[in-house]
Structures are given as structure tokens and as C-alpha cells.
Design a protein around this ligand. Sequence first.
Ligand code: GTP
Ligand code: MG
Length: 195
Amino acid sequence: MKITQADFIISAVQPHQYPDDALPEVALAGRSNVGKSSLINKMIMRKNLARTSSQPGKTQQLNYYRVNDMVYFVDFPGYGYAKVSKTQREQFGQMIETYIRDREQLKLQLLIIDIRHAPSKDDVLMYHWLKHFNIPTCIVATKADKIPKSKWDKHLKVIKETLEVDPRDHFVKFSSDTGLGRDELWAVITEAIGT
Ligand code: GTP
Ligand code: MG
């Protein structure tokens, strides 16, 4: 994908702040620090448009990035950060559930998993939510550069088994460092948004 335009649009807290121009949206969910913002930066070939956070758990908004006047990437706050209060966690759950349930523009949900670790309880919960609401989902196993290639299959198997992945869902190996999986993920996205 040739990127001609990529802009940060808004950090939205309330649904009325979401963009109203009806472009398709691809949202990213995953644990805090798993590499969501880095993945966006790699996809759009910008070093630091999506802010890679030094303060995990702080952002509780949906960050919207518009790419090529074609699609929005919607960066969710990371979950599973220990120091987040119970109230914040509930607010997060409500915001995400409402978005996933009601947002017609959501065409594809990326669930970002660290290839090195088995999915957490929150990952499993998120995936089951997505399945429950019938959201087209692509699992992205990122940070692939962090383990030797010879171990990839073993780790992917653990991820698939823990999530009980629906074989119809897309599954992409990725690295924001090397760019592995970038073209494949763009292909999944363009298919999902129908361009
Ligand atoms: P939150 O916004 O706090 O939820 O984090 P995030 O999921 O957006 O993670 P972020 O992109 O900020 O990345 C966290 C750390 O992991 C940073 O230090 C990144 O440089 C590093 N990182 C992300 N992706 C990769 C990858 O594919 N390979 C390697 N080696 N490091 C990565
Ligand atoms: Mg981030």
C-alpha cells in the first residue's frame, strides 16, 4: 500500500466525537505495550504518528488516524495494565463494548498478541466478545523479530489453541521492526473495507 496521507484526527472519549464522514474503520485491541501504536506506524510508514506510550494505561480514549482518505485506524487503549483502577477498567470495558456493538463503520478488528506469550484472560475475553458480536477479526501475532523463526509455529499454535481461533479468521505474523507481515495485513484490510 502506498501511503499518500496519514493524519491524527482525534482522541475521542464520547461517541459524538467519533468522525462522522462514514469512512470504514479498522480498530486495534490488545494488551498495554503489546505494540498497537508501533503497528499503526509501520502500516502507514511514519516513525511516530501514533504515539508509542511511555505511560502505559494512561490513555483511555480511542485515537483516530485517517489514512489515504480511505480508512481510519482506531487505536484502543491497552488493557491489562495492573495500575489501572477498577473504575477505569469498567469505563474502558463499557467504551469498547459500545464501540464494538454499535459502530457500523467497524469493518475489521485487529487483535494484537505478543507472539512470545500465550494470550491473557483479557485477550480471550476480547476475542469472544468479537465473535459474539460477529465482528470480522484478524489476529496479529506481533514482535515476531523477538524469537527465532524456527519457534514461530510452536508459538502460533499456543495462540490459536488458547483463543480457540475460528479458522475463518485471518491470522498474520507481524513485526513492526522488520516490516514482516505489512503487505499481508494491508491485503486483509483492503479486502475487509472493500477497496
Ligand atoms: P499502549 O498504548 O500502552 O497500550 O502500548 P502499545 O500497544 O501501543 O505498544 P507500543 O506500540 O507503544 O510498543 C510498546 C513497546 O514495544 C515499544 O518499546 C516498541 O518499540 C516495542 N515494539 C512494538 N512492536 C514491536 C515489534 O514488532 N518488535 C520489537 N522488537 N519491538 C516492538
Ligand atoms: Mg499505544
